[in-house]
Structure formats: C-alpha cells, structure tokens
Ligand binder design. Structure first.
Ligand code: FE2
Length: 375
C-alpha cells in the first residue's frame, strides 16, 4: 500500500505539465459567421459566446460553439494585413490553436519555455465581472500554437472579452462528447523531432509507433507516432510522409496547407450509428470503403454489439485490439483544400487508433487524391 502511494506521488512529481484536458480548438477561417452556421446546422454545436465589434473588438470576430465537452472557436479578421487574415490567406481555413486546460498557466509556460519551447504569448491576465483567467502560449509544428488556459475562478461564457450568445435556431446535437485525439502532419523527416518536442518540452510519453510497413498501400505511405500526456487525456498522433510509388496523402496535405498543421480531429460519440446517421442526413461527406471490407468483418474483429447491417449501410469501420474494439469513420476534407478532416470514433474498450483499417482507409483517400489530380 505504502509503496503504491510513493509510486503515485513520484509519478505525479514527474508530470511537470499537468493537463486537465483540451480547453478549446480555435480555427482561423475566411468567414467565421458562415462557418459558425455550418457547425451549428450540420454538426450540432450550440453557439455559446461571441466577440467582435459589438463587444469592443475592432479587428476580428470570434464565435464559440460547444457540444458535450468539445468547444470550438471560429475566428475571421476584418483587414487583409491582420495576422489572422494572413494565416487564412496562406493556409486556408485551419486550426491555429490547440488550447489545453491547466490549473496554472504561468507554471505551464515557464516549465515548457525552460525546456526549450518557443514563446507565442507570455502569461497574460484577463478579467471581467465573471472572474479572471490567465493565458499563455507556446509554438508547436507549422504555425500552430498550444495555449495554456487557466480558468480556476472564471464563470463567464468563455473568456473575458466574449459575451454570452445563443444559436438563433433550434440546434440538434449529433451526440459528440469530447475530443479523442488531434493529429498533426509534419514535413518529411520531422516526425521524430516533434515527438522529441512533446517528450522533452511537454513531458508527453510515446504511446505507439506505426511505420511504413503498417501504413503502406500500393502507392503511398506515411509514418506515425502517437504521444500522450501524463494522465492520457491529451493524445497527439504525429504523421510524416513516407516514400511510395506515388504521392503520400501527407505530402498532399503539406502542399495545400503550405506548412505542417492539424490534419484531423477525432471526436468521440457513445452511439456512432445515431451520430453518423444524423451527420449523413445533414450532408456531411464521408470517405467510402468498398462493400468487400464487410465480407470478412466478423472473422476479422469478432462479435460486436452493433448491428452489422447498419454498420455496413453507414460505411462505418471496425477494429479490435487487446482491450476491446472501436468503431470509426472519417469525413472528407471540410474545406476546399484537401487539408483538415474529422474522425468520428466510438470506443468499446479499445485504446488504439484503428490500425486494422489503415489499408482500406488509405486506399479510399488515394481514390479521392486521384480525383483531385494529386496522386
Ligand atoms: Fe485518428
């Protein structure tokens, strides 16, 4: 008993960057007002807060939306020379901020800076009648940043500067609960450098490695390593292109995003059949896997609780590991550039990432790349 306690306290002492989870994800987009409508109507996020000219912000507008524990922020600038507009011009719509919820933003900033992180925003206090927050940020791959958000005593709509807002039509949830993982694509040869960054600078642990043997199809390949923070709440897979006969999907991303950046965000549901049925009805486009995928499904993954006919009709993928199984499905890119997409995931015990589906999935992505003339 005593040794268990000592071990636990030693482990906690080693976690110099304790994280409570993902605080929010901020996108810089071309038209935040219209993106906010898309995420409300199609994805079932409720509008909860807003900042813009009406709240004294003269240079940009931000819409904050929430579903379950997932909070996203959509931001557009008003002037071509504003850094938000510059980011959108270069990268298209994409993720700028992966914000992490901490109890002490200054300590998180100082711990990571002292280990080699580059500063994006020094610790800054902000106050309004609802309390106080502290925000700091460090750079990660591409132009993406990690914000540390300390909101211990804050009970406003989102952050100081934002006012409470409500959707002006009836928004129906699709059952999304929380962020499962956020994946970054980095340049050829840069994966290990970024894994080292998460290990050394942020105290994450390497969880899994996929090499090009695991992930090669006939034409193209990628390599991937998954890092996770101390309590496992935050998981960041990092991909880099591997050489194949034709262009890797990661190279296609880098060509169009113009730098490293966030490739996909996996959002969790407890009922993937209901979630995907609703998303399809609302026009969300998903990658297609051929019917043959389902021919030997039960032999491959064993018995599952869900109705296989429904899984097949919705084109949902299934994989199993030592701890259970998972169901997953990937959208097509959600903007014109073949960059960011979403994964819908339901975990029934499995803690892995669907390795058994990589081949079918990447062949599907290659069909899309070919249609775009990018294979
Ligand atoms: Fe994923």
């Amino acid at each position: 008993m005593e040794s268990t306690l000592i071990e636990k306290s030693t482990l906690e002492a080693k976690d110099f960057l304790p994280l409570n989870g993902t605080d929010h994800i901020e996108f810089y987009v071309g038209n935040a007002k219209q993106s906010a409508y898309y995420y409300q109507a199609a994805w079932g996020y409720e509008l909860i807060a807003y900042a813009g000219p009406e709240t004294g912000i003269r240079e940009y507008a931000s819409y904050v939306l929430q579903q379950g524990k997932i909070r996203i922020v959509l931001t557009s600038a008003f002037s071509a020379t504003h850094p938000i507009a510059q980011h959108q011009l270069v990268h298209g719509d994409g993720v700028k901020v992966l914000a992490l919820w901490v109890d002490d933003a200054k300590a998180a900033y100082e711990a990571t800076i002292s280990r080699g992180a580059k500063s994006a925003i020094p610790p800054t206090d902000a106050k309004d009648e609802f309390g106080e927050v502290v925000i700091a940020a460090i750079e990660t791959y591409g132009e993406t940043i990690h914000k540390f958000v300390e909101r211990k005593n804050y009970n406003g709509a989102f952050l100081p500067g934002y006012k409470t807002a409500k959707s002006n039509f009836s928004v129906k949830s699709v059952g999304l609960k929380h962020v499962d993982h956020c994946v970054g694509n980095v340049e050829l040869g840069a994966m290990n450098q970024w894994v080292k960054f998460y290990e050394d600078v942020m105290g994450f642990k390497l969880l899994l490695t996929f090499d090009d043997e695991d992930i090669s199809t006939e034409y193209s390949a990628l390599m991937s390593k998954v890092v996770s923070n101390g309590n496992g709440y935050v998981k960041f897979p990092i991909n880099e292109p591997a050489s194949g006969k034709k262009k890797s999907q990661i190279e296609e991303y880098l060509d169009f995003y113009k730098s490293a950046g966030v490739q996909h965000i996996a959002v969790a549901t407890d009922d993937i059949i209901a979630t995907v049925t609703e998303l399809r009805a609302r026009g969300i486009e998903f990658l297609y896997v051929p019917d043959a995928y389902y021919d030997d499904l039960t032999a491959r993954v064993g018995a599952i609780n869900e109705d296989i006919a429904k899984i097949k009709a919705l084109n949902i993928l299934v994989d199993r590991d030592d701890e259970g199984y998972l169901l997953q499905l990937f959208t097509k890119p959600v903007q014109d550039r073949p960059t960011l997409f979403y994964e819908i995931i339901q975990r029934n015990g499995a803690k892995s990432f669907g390795k058994g589906n990589f081949k079918a999935l990447f062949e599907s992505i290659e069909r899309e790349q070919e249609l775009r003339g990018n294979l």
